[in-house]
Design a protein around this ligand. Structure first.
Ligand code: I3P
Length: 103
């Protein structure tokens, strides 16, 4: 599974992140890990050199308090970071978050 999603880093290792803008990233879900790339054609160099995210230690939530956009789900990581992901519609948001949660 792969595709573009807008992503915002809300909390970085338990602290409010300083880089708070939405970034359109090419997200690749493969073997229980998620990688983030600026460009769909180049999935060898990750965005910001971020390591692959091991999804078995992550938690998704579609019923979060974010009100400014619809179809936003959160992903909490093991190290206490929290991403917001903006999906194009509700079905896609549910589908993606379920896929993430299955790992
Ligand atoms: C951020 C950008 C985000 C916004 C965030 C801003 O500014 O406008 O879209 O989040 O607000 O800090 P910049 O691009 O200059 O970093 P929302 O879209 O969720 O409002 P925030 O700091 O209240 O999260």
């Amino acid at each position: 599974h792969e595709g573009f999603l807008f992503r915002k880093l809300d909390i970085e290792t338990l602290k409010k992140s300083t880089n708070r803008s939405w970034v359109n990233l090419y997200c690749v879900l493969n073997k229980g890990e998620m990688g983030f790339y600026k460009d769909a054609k180049n999935t060898t160099t990750p965005y910001n050199n971020e390591p692959l995210l091991n999804l078995s230690h992550c938690h998704c939530d579609v019923t979060n308090g974010y009100k400014k956009k619809k179809n936003v789900f959160t992903l909490k990581t093991k190290d206490g970071s929290e991403f917001l992901f903006h999906a194009k519609d509700e079905v896609r948001g549910l589908f993606i978050s379920q896929n993430i949660s299955e790992h």
